[in-house]
Design a protein around this ligand. Structure first.
Ligand code: CMX
Length: 445
């Protein structure tokens, strides 16, 4: 057994016993309350999931295993040539709840490098798809094509004891993470670079090798990819990509089936697709305003027009956050250091100056502040990666780290199949009519 896996087993087996004991004492303890509005409104703020890898505070933003984004940038191991953290180290933290040293991160990098070879049939499956099919659809199909390799599915069929479920789930998750950059880069090169593929460079870390296979070898772009792949990895368990992966996994679907489902959720414009939508929106604004200078006033008018047209301003708002997303701020800090004069980056900053006030004035948007997706596209364009339909795939590669670490934990802790109760509108009307109902303030935390 590899040493990361051994350390995982040493933590997970006692924790499963601890949770069983905790449940014996607290199974019937009441946990909050919720309203009919929340039931219709996407279950927001209802505490109904357990996810160990991260926790989101509406005011402060995400903490990965207790650490904020600035703390992670400071504490996670990095290469001598780069101050941004290695996502390999972040994965160690998410899985084991321990800040790794450089050797630990290197160990994970080596495991992923050894497993990175993608079976030929996966490339063949992708090659049969139309080149202009959206990259997220190709990505999901590529992940599904790898499912034939699932250790979990084979072991389950052979009659695996439920106490052992986590073990093949761990193997599948590690292999899947190892291969995602190659699949993503393959899709990018076939869609946009006439199928001229680039072989991996085993000398490079996971992020830099990914950038290299995409065809971008600037050291600063390597740094940005390390930051990008770290900050997009996890956002507690209720967001659509994390929740879908967990939900599908709760049926004992393997890591490939579960993660592909999560990616189909990430591909929606209200979730991960927003990173492409932001750049599309900014480029449209530039085109429509033509020769008009992009003053703050012109941007303000464009935002008002977007709202008047009944569209969302992409990259703004959040279901949980109520302040500027620290993942936006981390990218802003990166851009101030590396490309403060870039045109699109400056437009993003100008939008940030005017949009929150206008969105706030609508009186209905609960969070007028930017989220992670508001900044990433401008940096990607800066480094030459202009094909914005591809941006959500980058998000997806990163998201694998969080949701697959959680899936391994789900199997180790014996999380049950998800099956919340649904009711009809008539049931709710009868309920309201039959009782003296109490109205409560929805809890936003
Ligand atoms: N532009 C215009 N309207 C917005 C808005 C925005 N950026 N954000 C919210 N609203 C609207 C909602 O559509 C909703 O309108 P209706 O009442 O007419 O349906 C109203 O304001 C209230 O919404 P909310 O409670 O503030 O926000 P939700 O929790 O329902 O939705 C989110 C959250 C992110 C989907 C929403 O803010 C949005 O659509 N933002 C733009 C898309 C985006 O950036 N998504 C990425 C999120 C981060 C990620 O997952 O990657």
């Amino acid at each position: 057994m590899g040493y990361i896996k051994q350390r995982f087993a040493a933590k997970a087996i006692p924790m499963a016993a601890e949770i069983r004991e905790f449940l014996k004492q607290n199974e019937n303890t009441e946990l909050g309350t919720y309203t009919i509005g929340q039931v219709y409104g996407g279950m927001k703020s209802i505490k109904a999931l357990v996810t160990e890898t991260s926790l989101l505070d509406p005011e402060e933003g995400i903490r990965f295993r207790g650490y904020t984004i600035p703390e992670l940038r400071e504490k996670l191991p990095h290469l001598e040539s780069c101050t941004e953290p290695l996502p390999e180290g972040l994965f160690h933290l998410l899985l084991l709840d321990e800040i790794p040293n450089f050797q630990d991160a290197q160990h994970i990098a080596n495991v992923w490098a050894r497993r990175a070879i993608v079976p030929l049939h996966v490339f063949k499956a992708i090659d049969r798809l139309p080149r202009d099919m959206h990259p997220m659809t190709q990505f999901s199909i590529g992940i599904m094509a790898m499912q034939s390799e699932s250790h979990f599915a084979k072991a389950y069929r052979a009659g695996l004891n439920k106490k052992e479920y986590w073990d093949p789930m761990y193997e599948d998750a590690m292999t899947l993470i190892a291969r995602l950059p190659r699949i993503a880069a393959y899709i990018y090169r076939r869609s946009y670079k006439k199928g001229k593929h680039i072989e991996p460079n085993p000398e490079l870390d996971w992020s830099a090798n990914f950038a290299h296979m995409l065809g971008y070898n600037q050291p600063d772009f390597y740094s940005y990819m390390r930051l990008f792949l770290t900050i997009h990895a996890d956002h507690e368990g209720g967001n659509v990509s994390a929740h879908t992966t967990h939900l599908v996994g709760s049926t004992l679907s393997d890591a490939y089936l579960s993660f592909a489902s999560g990616m189909n959720g990430l591909a929606g414009p209200l979730h991960g697709l927003a990173n492409q939508e932001v750049i599309r929106w900014i480029l449209d604004m530039k085109k429509k305003l033509g020769k008009t200078a992009l003053t703050k006033e012109a941007i303000e008018n464009y935002i008002r027009q977007t709202l008047a047209d009944g569209k969302v301003v992409p990259g703004y708002g959040h279901a949980v956050l109520r302040k500027t997303d620290p993942r936006f701020l981390a990218q802003m800090e990166f851009a101030k250091k590396h490309c403060p004069d870039d045109e699109l980056v400056n437009i993003v900053w100008n939008v940030y100056e005017v949009a929150p006030k206008i969105l706030g004035e609508t009186g209905k948007i609960k969070n007028p502040w930017p989220n992670v997706d508001a900044h990433s596209g401008s940096l990607l364009v800066h480094y030459g990666l202009v094909e914005y339909d591809f941006y959500t795939v980058l998000f997806g590669v990163s998201r694998a780290l969080g949701v697959l670490a959680s899936l391994i934990w789900d199997r180790a802790l014996g999380m049950g199949i998800e099956r919340p109760k649904s009711v009809t509108t008539q049931w709710l009307k009868d309920y309201v009519a039959s009782k003296t109902v109490k109205k409560v303030e929805p809890v936003i935390s």
